[in-house]
Design a protein around this ligand. Sequence first.
Ligand code: TYD
Ligand code: MG
Length: 453
Amino acid sequence: MKAKTMFYCTACGNELPKWAGQCPACKAWNTIVEQPQESRRRGPSPGPEGHSAGSRPRPIAQVETARELRFETGMRELDRVLGGGAVQGSLVLVGGAPGIGKSTLMLQICEHLCRFAKVLYVSGEESERQIKLRADRLHVRGEQLYLQAETNLEDVVESVRELGPDVLIVDSIQTLYHGDLSAAPGSIGQVKDCTMALMQLAKGQGVTVFVIGHVNKEGSIAGPKVLEHMVDCVLYFEGEQQNSYRILRAAKNRFGATNEIGVFEMGDSGLREVPNPSEMLLSGRPQDTPGTCVTCVMEGVRPVLAEVQALLAPTSFNVPRRTANGFDFNRTNLLLAVLEKRGGLMVSSCDAYINVIGGLFLDEPAADLAMVIAMASSFRDRPVPGDLAAIGEVGLTGELRSVNALGQRLSEVHRLGFTKCLVPARISGKLDVPEGLQLIKVRNIREALAALL
Ligand code: TYD
Ligand code: MG
């Protein structure tokens, strides 16, 4: 009998009964691939807490609520992102580009974990010897740390049953495969199936599972987004090739908020926590120097701090020279015109050079205010206070307009060590201001300049 097959979209994970050129769900072209459907019949799938079929609806008042058990991983920055430590029996997916330091991070937390828990580190990427060498270099040792180079899921499940670890680390989900499926490791069917099996280990046996997943070029884990909805927590490990700093962010967390970030620095002896990231993200930022201001922009759903710099000097040309790096050129000219007309600074006779530090491109109006302030600061030759950030859109009449996700931006500004923030006076909706952050509310750029310079 011919095995019945299913089709999946490799971009979004959508399941289809037949092939199509375009995915009806995410509209991507040429992403549908065939996957043989499993012939074996498995028992009823377990519920979220490992309960199998036979559960009945219960009044909410009768549901027991044992508080989730948390333990620290020994990395404060990781604990913070997890919402105050790892939850026992949860499955955490750690995603990131190859070479960013996921294996290093996981191996390093073993040092702390294996003091009070039995840890099994399963790697399909490196041999036990390689992991041992790396562990030696990272000064990771411990009686209760077990290594296994394995790619077969059933063997991993068997090892967990025999060894009974409290924590299981799987490096990486793309190398794991289920023998019953004919699809290649890393394919969507395999990745889904293996994650499901690991989820059952977590919920059924109370093992805390960390799963490493490589992010491909499109920026999604294992090609599809399929894993995100299955697991309890999704963390992304990010960083630039040029510098050694790494940022850990939660994209999803069933046990905490997702607006915390963890910051690390990769060095000779592994990852080092950076307790005060404001210094790091804005490292080398000139203090008490005119022409620089910090703002917060949203990169997708994430707030990111950026430093904008401006250099204004009297021109010696007929037409002033203007350049903008990391900022829209036309917007630069517009803001200079507003600054002259509404702010009263004669900048039209100045050359203006604009730069955004860190290779970012700020295409969000929320960065306007910081840009105007950096320009004015350079023009007046007066520095902006170092612990101040500015967020707001500037209109043509010089008025300041509210921006979206202000609460999130303010927590990021506060989180990175700033104590003052310049914001538009009129804010729509209720705003949770982080404790310790002083808001300076201004209605237009004249008020902003008066408040600062
Ligand atoms: P790794 O954890 O293997 O990345 P991933 O598992 O995410 O693919 O980290 C690999 C990089 O980290 C590698 O390019 C070397 C660098 N590294 C250091 O700079 N210092 C160290 O102590 C270690 C262990 C790695
Ligand atoms: Mg690795």
